[in-house]
Design a protein around this ligand. Structure first.
Ligand SMILES: [Zn+2]
Length: 303
């Protein structure tokens, strides 16, 4: 299972290249400094003495950046131990003990993502109204889990560039929702394969602005999603924070994938049959679930 798209590897390679370049640059600086040192030594005793005082210090700082941190680190360590042994005052020792890091360690930045958020591909809880307007296909091909199903449908997953989403993780959740035993393929009727080439169904996660554009003239109002024109366009803001109609974020996310793909498979809206029953998947549950109960599956019993 390779969850990392090629871009990740490429980025790592670029970073590694950058690192190598940095080292090379610092290496060149070190060589130049060494050359100057040699020049100074050969130029005369007085000049050599000046260079010897000045240049080694300037040569030491690039060395520290390059990663020759061992030497300054070692120096610092021996300095510290020298200080500690020469000044074993009882007041100096308690000071660092009194200030441990209980205030520093619990300092996560931003809201914490839940396990459900992580498995939905969220990398942050940011909810931009708009992003780049460009879609990126999630790379990869995953065969239909039930090759003997009556119908194999191809799905391509796309994410708007600029959204804080892990595309392959999002794609995994989409495909797991579609291929669930309670999903549209219940009873071996359909099995969904993921492709990054041409596909019958596109599942797109996009900012509210782009969803509105992709769904027009249907008015999705910056909050709704749609399933038309061959794509299920899912509103990223809702994907992040859901709706009050769904107490469980995972149920909401499974619902919106299955509901919008349901439209692409030709299924119209339905209404709540009776209070207290599970809502039909094709009920517009993001508008109102009641008096039914939230439900993410076309065949909740797997039949
Ligand atoms: Zn609908």
């Amino acid at each position: 299972m390779s969850r990392n798209p090629p871009q990740h590897g490429a980025r790592r390679q670029r970073e590694a290249g950058g690192l190598r370049r940095s080292r090379g640059r610092f290496g060149a600086v070190a060589l130049a400094v060494a050359g100057l040192l040699g020049l100074g030594a050969g130029a005369g005793t007085a000049l050599a003495a000046i260079d010897a005082r000045v240049l080694p210090e300037s040569a030491a700082s690039p060395g520290t950046d390059v990663g020759a941190q061992a030497s300054p680190g070692t120096d610092g360590g021996s300095d510290a131990s020298a200080r500690a042994s020469s000044t074993p005052s009882p007041t100096a020792t308690p000071t660092p003990v009194v200030t441990p890091e209980p205030t520093e360690s619990p300092e996560p930045t931003g809201p914490v993502l839940s396990a459900a958020d992580l498995s939905a591909g969220l990398l942050s809880t940011a909810e931009p109204t708009a992003a780049s307007g460009e879609l990126a296909i999630v790379a990869g091909n995953v065969p239909a889990p039930d090759p003997s199903a009556s119908s194999i449908r191809t799905v391509r997953v796309e994410v708007e560039v600029g959204l804080d989403i892990d595309g392959p993780v999002f794609a995994d959740m989409v495909m797991a929702s579609l291929n669930d035993p309670r999903g549209w393929g219940a009873g071996g009727t359909i099995s969904f394969a993921r492709t990054d080439g041409d596909a019958e169904i596109r599942v797109v996660l996009a900012s509210p602005d782009l969803v509105d554009a992709m769904c027009a003239p249907l008015n999705t109002n910056g909050i709704y999603s749609c399933g038309r024109y061959g794509h299920a366009a899912i509103n990223h803001t809702r994907w992040v924070s859901g709706t009050d109609e769904f107490p469980d974020m995972t149920v909401y996310r499974q619902y919106v994938v299955n509901h919008e793909v349901g439209h692409l498979l030709g299924h119209p809206h339905e209404t709540c049959p009776a209070a207290g029953e599970l809502a039909p998947l094709m009920q517009q549950q993001t508008i109102a679930v009641a008096p039914c109960l939230p439900n993410a599956w076309p065949y909740p019993d797997g039949l």
